[in-house]
Design a protein around this ligand. Structure first.
Ligand SMILES: O=C(O)CCC(=O)C(=O)O
Ligand SMILES: [Fe+2]
Length: 201
């Protein structure tokens, strides 16, 4: 690859090593297309609100969610197009997409790693962001718990290797700043034992 000009940006490598690799690609999808996908998905996806147990109490999950298999014949066009763009950028054929809808700055996802028993060990997770920019915090599990912050801009791609799920947590904290809604698309390669039971989450 040739040297990048002063104002051109390629992939930003946020971390790379034995604990895993995280890369960020701004503007994988151009602004107009990202905005059109956002509008269509917000409108047409059957968003679900979920409840989960926390400290022995059932609480609302602070965002809306949806999920699809990528071989679904009725997959919405933005998801099919996003799948193709992510496949072209990563060389990986993903099998599922999980959607998160953050209505405003009060919506969030707590620090977590993705469910390891559902993931292929040699495949990354790819996140496309649409709508408002939100900041992701990626924190090493082992002391001194190095922290990475990345602003996930609309149209961007974040790729986390499988290993990062062992060694880092990631989350989208709540913010007091006034932010508009955001949708993220999380592409994953599920293990073959994929039960439909826990597919949609
Ligand atoms: O919204 C995001 O960018 C992160 C979502 C996430 O971590 C997940 O769905 O597991
Ligand atoms: Fe996650």
């Amino acid at each position: 690859m040739g040297q990048l000009g002063l104002f051109e940006r390629g992939d930003d490598v946020l971390t790379d090593g034995p604990l895993g690799r995280v890369t960020y690609t701004p503007e994988l999808i151009d602004a107009a297309r990202a905005a059109a996908w956002f509008d269509e998905l917000r409108e047409r996806v059957e968003w679900r609100s979920e409840r989960r147990m926390m400290y022995e109490r059932e609480v609302d999950v602070p965002r809306l969610v949806a999920g699809f298999r990528l071989d679904d014949a009725n997959l919405l066009a933005p998801l099919r197009e996003a799948d193709a763009a992510v496949r072209a950028a990563t060389g990986v054929t993903f099998s599922s997409v999980g959607l998160n809808f953050y209505r405003d700055g009060r919506d969030s996802v707590a620090p977590h790693n993705d469910h390891l028993n559902e993931l292929r060990k040699d495949k990354p997770i790819a996140l496309i962001s649409l709508g408002s920019t939100r900041r992701m915090t990626i924190r090493a599990k082992a002391p001194p718990r190095r922290v990475l912050h990345v602003d996930l801009e609309p149209g961007s791609l974040l790729v986390m290797s499988y290993e990062t799920q062992l060694h880092y947590d990631h989350g989208i904290p709540k913010t007091d700043e006034s932010v508009g809604p955001r949708i993220s698309l999380a592409f994953r390669v599920r293990v073959p034992s994929d039960g439909r039971a826990n597919f949609y989450r």
